[in-house]
Design a protein around this ligand. Structure first.
Ligand code: RUB
Length: 277
């Protein structure tokens, strides 16, 4: 029988569970189930299985270590389930604060550019819409896996005006926009953040044209266990299924973006120019 951590890790690898926040929450649920079911196993084994599914996800690692730390001395399914629920609730309370701090930046008539699918950025836009604000969002396709379509559908379904475009039309969208808002996978002590490939070029262009760039992120995405890291390279077939064999394909999943290109971080503790401790 497979461990729940293995099942969830597979879904994370295949991007069936997508975005740093959803990945961390799903990992926590799987981890707590395995700890309850297999008390004699070393919990670090489950942390390793889940962490290896997507290497650029410190929120996953931080959340599992948070659970592990607090679970010391706790025995019994009920107590461990309560701990997992209370950590999830605390994370979700933080998310809600991010949504409301971010929504304060949005005013009637604004145009906003976003990239990929970040549940945090989408939550901000939905919160602004719930507050009755009228604005337009430009979304990218996000090749090769088209996560931008998820963003476009979610926003349009809650009544936000959405224009969807190919990734290479981003300069067009940035020109028309008041600001760029996006999520984060990792914030590194080396002075970079990691987010979906494309974020780097869009931040540089937005900065060059004096458009603010807001990274919407929970501080659990700060990588406290490492200084720096390389970005995940995914299967070349995602880019070109039947590419000629004499062409090599690069498929970096993420970009490393220097923090100097970020106007501010929208965190659960408010808007921050500097996020690193
Ligand atoms: C998703 C992506 C998102 C961040 C933040 O990449 O880069 O912007 O994960 O998302 P992928 P969230 O689709 O490869 O997982 O705000 O939901 O944590």
């Amino acid at each position: 029988m497979s461990f729940e951590s293995e099942v969830t890790a597979e879904k994370i690898k295949k991007v069936e569970i997508q975005g740093a926040m959803n990945v961390a929450k799903a990992a926590l649920i799987a981890f707590s189930k395995d700890i309850i079911r297999y008390p004699d196993e070393d919990p670090h084994k489950f942390i390793e299985i889940l962490s290896n599914a997507r290497p650029n996800e410190p929120m996953l690692r931080n959340t599992l270590n948070w659970f592990l730390g607090e679970s010391k001395g706790l025995e019994g399914e009920a107590l461990l389930n309560d701990l997992s629920s209370s950590i999830l609730e605390e994370i979700e309370a933080g998310e809600k604060r991010i949504f409301s701090y971010g929504a304060e930046l949005i005013h009637d008539g604004m145009k906003i550019f976003t990239h990929c699918h970040s549940s945090t950025a989408v939550g901000i836009l939905k919160e602004a819409k719930n507050q009755g604000k009228k604005f337009t969002v430009f979304t990218t396709e996000t090749r090769p896996r088209f996560q931008g379509r998820v963003t476009a559908v979610e926003l349009a379904n809650c009544g936000i005006e959405v224009y969807h475009m190919v990734d290479s039309a981003a300069k067009h969208a940035i020109d028309l926009s008041d600001f760029f808002v996006f999520g984060a996978d990792s914030i590194l002590r080396s002075g970079y953040l990691i987010n979906k490939v494309g974020t780097g070029i869009f931040c540089v262009v937005a900065s060059r044209y004096d458009k603010p760039t807001y990274c919407a992120t929970h501080t659990l995405k700060i990588a406290s266990d490492i200084i720096d890291e390389d970005v995940e390279e995914r299967d070349p077939k995602e880019v070109w299924e039947d590419a000629p064999s004499n062409i090599k394909i690069k498929n970096p999943a993420f970009d490393k973006v220097h923090l100097k290109y970020i106007t501010a971080f929208i965190t659960e503790n408010g808007l921050k120019k500097d996020i690193l401790p």
